[in-house]
Design a protein around this ligand. Structure first.
Ligand code: AMP
Length: 530
């Protein structure tokens, strides 16, 4: 039997951890890195993952896929997918089922397959360090992920040869890592600003019970956006210096972006930093130009303040959803690499009126929580309490009624398991059937929401309003939705079980599974061990 681990499968970076002999171990690669870029680079004969793949980005952007998490389980038409399509050097296209896929060097890949490469890479790093086979994992996802995104994440695990023990919400994992298990009635804010996204969640922890009370975020707000914004400013300065427009010059833009990120990281420790880019541009006459600029925290803060303010606005909205104010909050946990930046910390501290808890490394918190959960699910170790993790529905569930309106039976943020019922009357005279169409989403009308499934209940023909149909939604603790419709008078019943589907069919997932023969790595990080 192999080991069970926790994996934070992040948009920009991933982290893997394990509990062994009562100790949490965050697995490092051969160069001592605790996180790995969630980047996959396709060469002519090999696939490289992690930091080596990220290095390839500069000279082969069209063969290097990053941020696959932004596409996983999404429809091609989704705004997020369209945004990624317009920004990426690799292709993004519509799969046969309307899902979003990547095209790299003329070959199509589902986001699940890209994520599977990242998971397999993480698995190998853990195996090299721990000297044991890793075959089970708790994998974390944002709390707002819908059923399709969660299922697609499970499928990615299956392709990578990992049994997915549970898909765990990231804020819940962070709360576990920070040791809030068995806390007496604490209300916790998890402020998670990573490379690609911002998420804020309010949790109630009471003994072994974890409840996500409210969660919100912005999938278009993360460290990358800080870097893009700062790179634009640096580019403007350089353009003014050399009187040249670089809008179409990808190489100069990428170098500026890289410099912006390095400057940001340096500024998180010092007041100012010297940016030096020798020979960043060569003009048509073959003359090289360099860029030098002294950046200080004050100027950087002026550039990125609107982004920081957006995070605070989202926090205020989330408090409102949870019907709380900052006085109700007992602890603020910081997660994600960007929370190392002092301005971000100070902003969170100012809003919540308390020092954030920084006792856990923000890069590792989610993976550590997932590892603790994996350990709880697989071991007989009594020293770890078996916490009950109570989740909430990420989106409202409704049925379509007259005029295409959606009637919500289970609102977003309802703790699961849950059940809700409502009685509906027939709308037309002599109607012989009632079609129950189940939707997910916050739109008022069905066309704004996602159709999860539909079924028909035959009813006796009568005058409208005479037949009463009771519709019951049940969600179990695994998030599986069951919808039942019963003719109140005759007791006749029809039902549907809504199975989550990611972008790939079960057959595709099975075929895509990696076998030991096609470990398509030529990455010394795995083979060298530690
Ligand atoms: P994550 O997705 O949580 O791995 O966070 C990645 C983001 O955190 C990237 O935008 C990094 O540039 C940023 N980051 C990492 N370390 C630091 C640091 N010391 N200061 C500021 N930002 C950082």
């Amino acid at each position: 039997m192999g080991l069970a681990v926790g994996i934070d499968l992040g948009t920009s970076n991933s982290c893997i951890a394990c509990v062994r002999d009562g100790q949490v171990i965050v697995c490092l690669d051969s160069e001592g890195r605790n996180t790995q870029p969630s980047v996959v680079a396709f060469g002519s004969r090999s696939v490289v993952v992690g930091s080596r793949a990220k290095k390839q980005l500069l000279h082969s952007p069209e063969g290097t896929v990053m941020s696959a998490k932004r596409l996983i389980g999404r429809r091609f038409e989704d705004a997020e997918v369209q945004r990624m399509k317009s920004r990426s050097a690799f292709g993004v296209y519509r799969g046969d089922e309307g899902d979003a896929r990547f095209r790299v060097h003329g070959k199509g890949y589902a986001p699940e397959e890209i994520s599977a490469h990242v998971l397999a890479h993480m698995k190998r790093i853990a195996e090299a360090q721990l000297g044991e086979v890793v075959d089970k994992a708790v994998i974390t996802v944002p709390a707002y992920f819908n059923d399709a995104q969660r299922q697609a994440t499970r499928d990615a695990a299956q392709i990578a040869g990992l049994e997915c023990l549970r898909v765990l919400n990231e804020p819940t994992a962070a709360a576990l890592a920070y040791g809030y298990n068995n806390a007496q009635k604490k209300r916790i804010v998890v402020f998670d600003l990573g490379g690609g996204t911002f998420d804020v969640s309010i949790l109630r922890v009471d003994g072994d019970l974890y409840e996500v009370i409210a969660t919100a975020g912005d999938t278009l707000l993360g460290g990358d956006d800080f870097d893009h914004l700062a790179a634009d400013e640096l580019l403007r300065i350089f353009e003014a210096q050399v009187k040249q427009n670089f809008t179409e010059n990808r190489t100069v833009r990428m170098r500026m972006r890289e410099a912006a990120e390095m400057a940001k990281i340096a500024l998180s420790k010092s007041e100012e930093v010297m940016i030096d880019l020798p020979g960043v541009w060569r003009n048509a006459q073959g003359q090289d130009y360099s860029f030098s600029y002294q950046l200080d925290r004050h100027t950087y803060a002026r550039w990125v303040l609107p982004l920081v303010q957006r995070t605070l606005g989202i926090c205020e909205e989330t408090l409102k959803t949870a019907k709380m104010n900052t006085r109700h909050i007992d602890a603020v946990l910081l997660v994600g690499g960007m929370t190392r930046y002092p301005l971000v910390r100070e902003a969170a501290q100012h809003l919540f009126g308390r020092m954030p808890d920084t006792s856990v490394n923000p890069d590792e918190a989610v993976a550590v929580g997932a590892a603790i959960q994996a350990h709880m699910l697989t071991s007989m170790d009594d020293s770890m309490p078996a916490s009950v993790l109570l989740d909430v529905t990420s989106h409202s569930l409704s049925i379509r009624t007259m005029g295409g309106h959606c009637d919500v039976l289970i609102p977003a943020n309802t703790p699961i398991p849950t059940e809700a019922s409502k009685v509906f009357n027939t709308a037309v005279d002599q109607q012989t059937e009632v079609r129950i169409a189940v939707f997910q989403g916050e739109g008022r009308t069905a066309d704004m929401n996602e159709l999860l499934g539909q079924f028909v209940l035959a009813v006796p023909p009568m005058a409208r309003g005479q037949v009463r149909v009771r519709v019951t939604f049940t969600i179990d603790s695994d998030g599986i939705v069951q919808v039942r419709a019963v003719d109140d008078k005759l007791g006749k019943e029809a039902a549907i079980r809504i199975e989550a589907r990611g972008g790939m069919t079960p057959e595709e997932v099975r075929k895509a599974q990696f076998t030991s023969g096609d470990v398509v790595q030529n990455n010394p990080e795995q083979t060298r061990g530690r």
